[in-house]
Design a protein around this ligand. Structure first.
Ligand code: FES
Length: 163
């Protein structure tokens, strides 16, 4: 099944110059991350050395070698957010999700990341979940915002939008 899906991605780009990046992107969109066997299949399919494929994947931050949670949470740790208590917000998020930054939750629902600035310093301390921004977060509010996503999943499988 997985091979069939990878083959259809590879078939689409057969003979297309510079196909590696779009193939990697589509494979990641399809499987959620790039497992070693997927990278091997891509190297063979495009007839390029595995070391080259691996080099490209590890160079770009957009590619993931490990499974990721369904919703990505970014807790800003930039200067403006730091002064307003982002370390406490991150700690509360880690405790609430039972996952350390850089990892996903056991149920694969959330991927917890830190970032240097979300570009919304006026909202410090800021958190982003998928494409939604949440400002002036506290250890109490982070529980509430993640609950929105878990609840929406249970009710209808669709994430609610941000506030
Ligand atoms: S430092 Fe946090 S949004 Fe800019």
């Amino acid at each position: 099944m997985e091979d069939e899906r990878l083959n259809s991605v590879l078939e689409k780009y057969r003979g297309v110059p510079g196909a590696l990046i779009p193939v990697l992107q589509e494979a990641q969109d399809t499987f959620g991350y790039l497992a070693p066997e997927t990278l091997k299949g891509i190297a063979e399919g495009l007839r390029i050395p595995f070391s080259h494929v691996y080099g490209v994947v590890t160079f770009y931050a957009q590619f993931y070698l490990k499974p990721r949670g369904k919703h990505t949470i970014k807790v800003c740790q930039g200067t403006a957010c730091h002064v307003k208590g982002s370390a406490r917000v991150l700690q509360a998020m880690e405790d609430h999700l039972d996952a350390e930054a850089g990892n996903c939750t056991k149920d694969m629902q959330f991927q917890l990341e830190t970032v240097a600035c979300l570009g919304t310093c006026f909202l410090a301390p800021a958190v982003m979940i998928d494409k939604d921004y949440y400002g002036t977060q506290t250890p109490k509010t982070v529980r509430k915002i993640t609950r929105k996503y878990s609840k929406a999943e249970k009710e209808n499988g669709i994430s609610e939008t941000g506030e």
